[in-house]
Design a protein around this ligand. Structure first.
Ligand SMILES: *Cc1c(COP(=O)(O)O)cnc(C)c1O
Length: 373
């Protein structure tokens, strides 16, 4: 049997029951279950304000759009960001005509605070931090720099559903989660944005629903004859989530801690399997209980190893190609040599809820056989 990188696993019957409620009620869109998942997410994470969206990409854009407006940023202002991420993190910067300034990565594949400080200019407005694979990296050090230098911190927590740092859910001024199908809390496609500031949360709710200042769900429960009445305060976006996706999220949230514990178990099997070899995995930062979206190793012969593993019906992945390889983000001189180097060497090994110990052993055996380190 082939061993895949990611296979989403759902509590099917329970999800169908939640969805059935939506269908029978006749309410599949914004409101109803979306309100419920927002409350449950606040309770689970400790965030004060969570707004359910159709994706993390939407959330990242919304965060940058709102900060730009509230803080009066200009086109061409800079956001410090990582070159080693899914492109949607950096697209969000370009959507708002801002400039991504790439900061090199550390041993955790997260932003390196020292390089970050070097790259702050008088046009720097914010830092976008990606918790790679669920890792918190040196987030606290970065946060301290943001506070000291008056920069906004946007936490791309797409991999971080369930991650805790010293027992607490990490947060930025805005924290954005992905509930896309292969992430640690899978739906079909959804996300969550959590603003620290209540005022920004209320702007996000309007902007995610085309700028309309009263959602149809609250209107439908209003008394009186003005329920059809609303104003449009912004040229907003169609970014809010639906009750069908919220139904999936509500059920999957119940199992998130259990699922992540099994992910950590799988990673510890990998660690043990590689302990007598030269294969090196990316470490988890001290104090971080990672969601373990990814288990990554670093090798000399990445492309060759990928092919050899495919030959053994093992299908690993790469997270990520350095974004500066893409023409949208190309730069003339290499500003992040460590990322350039590691990006060619990284492999993400299979990690999902259906893997067994013997699958992991099989992957380990083949990696040790074919890897050059
Ligand atoms: C998956 C991912 C996103 C985008 O999430 P969607 O919900 O698919 O929009 C953003 N950033 C990172 C790091 C991701 O892995």
């Amino acid at each position: 049997m082939a061993i895949q990188l990611f296979v989403p696993t759902f509590a099917t019957d329970e999800i169908l029951e939640e969805i059935r409620e939506c269908l029978e009620k006749g309410w599949t869109g914004l409101g109803f279950k979306t309100v419920e998942i927002e409350a449950k997410w606040n309770e689970y994470t400790g965030h004060a304000h969570s707004h359910f969206l159709n994706s993390a990409t939407s959330g990242l854009h919304l965060a940058i759009n709102i900060f730009k407006e509230i803080d009066d940023w200009n086109d061409g202002d800079e956001i410090l960001t990582t070159p080693l991420t899914f492109v949607s993190s950096n697209h969000a910067i370009l959507y708002e005509r801002l400039k991504p300034v790439f900061v090199d990565i550390d041993q955790y594949l997260c932003l390196d605070p020292q390089d970050l400080e070097r790259k702050i200019s008088d046009r720097t407005r914010a830092v976008l931090f990606v918790g790679m694979g669920g890792n918190t990296g040196q987030l606290e050090a970065i946060k301290a720099i943001c506070v000291e230098r008056g920069l906004r911190l946007i936490l791309d927590a797409a991999h971080m559903s369930g991650t805790r740092l010293n027992g607490i859910t990490p947060a930025g001024d805005a924290t954005v989660y992905s509930f896309q199908a292969v992430k640690t809390m899978p739906t079909a496609d959804a996300g969550m944005i959590c603003f620290k500031d209540e005022k920004l949360d209320s702007i996000a709710r309007k902007k995610a629903w085309l700028g309309i200042n009263k959602d149809t769900f609250s209107r439908s429960s209003d008394k009186g004859s003005y329920k059809w009445h609303y104003d449009v305060e912004y040229v907003g976006f169609k970014y809010h989530g639906s009750s069908i996706m919220a139904s999936m999220a509500l059920v999957q949230l119940k199992y998130l801690d259990r699922d992540n514990a099994y992910r950590r178990q799988i990673c510890s099997w990998y660690e043990r399997g590689f302990s007598n070899s030269e294969v090196r995995s990316i470490p988890i930062a001290p104090g971080c209980e990672s969601s373990r979206h990814l288990y990554q190793i670093e090798v000399d012969n990445r492309d060759e190893l990928m092919l050899a593993l495919n030959g053994a019906e093992i299908y690993p992945g790469v997270h990520y190609r350095d974004n500066r390889h893409y023409q949208m983000f190309a730069e003339k001189e290499d500003s992040c040599p460590r990322s350039t180097f590691i990006s060619e060497r990284l492999i993400s090994l299979p990690l999902h809820m259906r893997l067994t110990k013997s699958d992991v052993d099989e992957v380990v055996r083949n990696v040790i056989k074919y890897a050059r380190v």
